[in-house]
Design a binder for this molecule. Structure first.
Ligand code: LLP
Length: 410
C-alpha cells in the first residue's frame, strides 16, 4: 500500500503533532468518521423506522457516546456499569437496551429500577423476571437463531452451541413462560456474530425473527443485532451496507404488512460505527535485527491492542514519521513479556528508533479491551472533533495501578 493511502492528518490536524502533544502511546478517534458511519446506516435503512443502538462495549468513552446521542441514536449496554456510563453521557433509560449474558438477577433488578429495557437471554431468567414483574415491566427476548456467522469461531455467537440467547428450537417453551407469567414482550433480538460480510446472513436472521414474532402480538421492535464487517486492510471486503439495508428493509416492510403493525427495526453496530475512526499511535523503542527478522519493538503491546493475539486480527500499520521512506519488512512487536506480535511480516517505510507508528482500525475493541498486564499503564485517548484534537481520557499514572490494592502490614 502506498504511503498516501494512510492518513497523516485527521480533519486537518496532524497525527504526529497529536502524538507529540499528548504523548505516546495514544488512541486517537476521528469524530467525523463516526458521524458519517451513522449517517450511512441511517440512509441505507431510510425506508424503515430505524433505531441504532450502538454497542457500547466497542468503545465506551463518554465523549464517543455523546456523539452517538447527538446523532439522535441509542445504545446497547451489556453491564450495569455500561448502562451507568451511557446515562452519564446523557442517554435516557428509554434509549438504552440492556443485553446481559448470564448475569446475576440482582443486576437485572438494578437495570429495571433504572428504567432500562432488559433483553432476556435464558429461560430461567425469563421465569425469574416473570415471577418478579409479571406484566408490569416490558422486556425483550434474545433468540439464538442457530446461524453460524462471523469472522472467526470466537466471535460467532448465534450458532447452536453458543451460550448466547434462547434457542429458536425452544420457542414453544418461551411462549409457555410468557403466557404463564403474563410477561409483556416488546421486542425480539438476535445477534449472530461480528465481521459478517454477507447480506444473506442478516436476511436469514430476519426470517427467524419474523417467524418467532408471529407469536407475540404486542411487539414494538425487532432487533437484528450488530456485526457488520469493516475493511481491515486495503482490498479487504466490507459489508455492503446499502445492499443489507435495501434487502433487510424490504423483507422487514413486507413482514410488517403481514404482522399488521409497523415495528421499529433496531441495529446494534459496534465495529461499523467506530472501528475505522480509531488510530493507535505508538513509538518505536528499538529496531532489532536478528538473523531472520527485523523487529520493531514499540511502547505498547497486547495490553493496549489485544485483537491480533486474541483473534489473529490484522491491523494495518504504517510509519507516520517517515512516510516516504524505503519499504522494508518488519515484525512489529509489543513490550509485554509474551509473544505479542502486533503486526507480522509487514512492509513499512524504513523505521528508526523514535518514529511514530500508527495502527489503523483501532477504534472498536481497542481501548475497551485494554488491560494493565505487566503493570503497564493504559494510554490516553484523544478525540478530533470540529477540527480540534482534545484529550478525552488522561493517560494512566502509576498511582492508578495500585489505587485499589490494600497493603497489609507484613
Ligand atoms: N450486539 C451484541 C449483543 C453484541 O454482543 C455485539 C458484540 C454487538 C452487538 C456488536 O458487534 P459488532 O457490530 O461490533 O461486530 N471483540 C471482538 C468482537 C466481539 C463482539 C462482541 N459482541 C473483536 O474485537 O473482533
Amino acid at each position: 500500500m502506498s504511503a498516501s493511502q494512510h492518513p497523516i492528518q485527521l480533519q486537518g490536524v496532524n497525527l504526529e503533532t497529536i502524538a507529540q502533544e499528548f504523548g505516546s502511546p495514544v488512541y486517537v478517534y476521528d469524530g467525523d468518521k463516526i458521524v458519517s458511519q451513522i449517517k450511512s446506516l441511517q440512509s441505507a435503512f431510510a425506508t424503515v423506522p430505524l433505531k441504532i443502538k450502538y454497542a457500547t462495549k466497542a468503545l465506551s468513552n463518554i465523549n464517543i457516546l455523546k456523539l452517538v446521542k447527538k446523532a439522535g441514536e441509542g445504545v446497547d449496554a451489556v453491564s450495569i456499569e455500561e448502562i451507568m456510563i451511557c446515562m452519564k453521557a446523557g442517554f435516557t433509560a428509554g434509549e438504552i437496551m440492556y443485553t446481559p449474558s448470564g448475569v446475576n438477577f440482582r443486576e437485572v433488578e438494578e437495570a429495571v429500577a433504572l428504567g432500562v429495557i432488559v433483553n432476556l437471554d435464558s429461560i430461567p431468567l425469563m421465569e425469574e423476571f416473570g415471577a418478579m414483574y409479571g406484566n408490569t415491566v416490558a422486556a425483550c427476548i434474545r433468540i439464538n437463531p442457530h446461524i453460524m456467522a462471523g469472522g472467526n469461531a470466537k466471535i460467532s455467537v448465534g450458532h447452536i452451541q453458543s451460550k448466547f440467547g434462547i434457542s429458536i428450537q425452544q420457542l414453544p417453551e418461551i411462549i409457555e413462560v410468557v403466557k404463564n407469567f403474563d410477561i409483556k414482550i416488546k421486542g425480539l433480538h438476535i445477534h449472530t456474530g461480528s465481521d459478517i460480510l454477507d447480506a444473506e446472513i442478516f436476511l436469514r436472521g430476519g426470517n427467524v425473527l419474523f417467524e418467532a414474532a408471529m407469536n407475540f402480538p404486542d411487539l414494538a421492535f425487532l432487533d437484528f443485532g450488530g456485526g457488520f464487517k469493516v475493511a481491515y486492510k486495503s482490498g479487504d471486503p466490507a459489508t455492503d451496507i446499502a445492499e443489507v439495508g435495501a434487502k433487510v428493509s424490504a423483507a422487514f416492510n413486507e413482514f410488517c404488512e403481514k404482522y399488521g403493525r409497523k415495528l421499529e427495526l433496531w441495529l446494534e453496530p459496534g465495529k461499523f460505527l467506530v472501528s475505522e475512526s480509531g488510530y493507535l499511535i505508538v513509538e518505536a523503542n528499538v529496531v532489532k535485527k536478528t538473523p531472520q527478522i527485523t523487529f520493531v519493538g514499540v511502547d505498547s503491546g497486547l495490553n493496549h491492542l489485544i485483537r491480533p493475539m486474541m483473534y489473529d486480527a490484522f491491523h494495518d500499520v504504517y510509519n507516520l514519521s517517515n512516510p516516504e521512506g524505503d519499504q522494508k519488512p518488519y515484525n512489529v512487536v509489543g513490550y509485554i513479556c509474551e509473544t505479542d506480535t502486533l503486526a507480522k511480516d509487514r512492509m513499512l517505510a524504513s523505521v528508526t528508533k523514535g518514529d511514530f507508528l500508527v495502527f489503523k482500525n483501532a477504534g472498536a475493541y481497542g481501548f475497551s479491551m485494554s488491560s494493565n498486564y505487566n503493570s503497564r499503564l493504559r494510554p490516553a485517548e484523544v478525540l478530533v472533533w470540529e477540527g480540534k484534537a482534545q484529550l478525552i481520557r488522561e493517560r494512566e499514572i502509576f498511582e492508578d495501578l495500585i489505587r485499589h490494592q490494600v497493603i497489609l502490614d507484613i
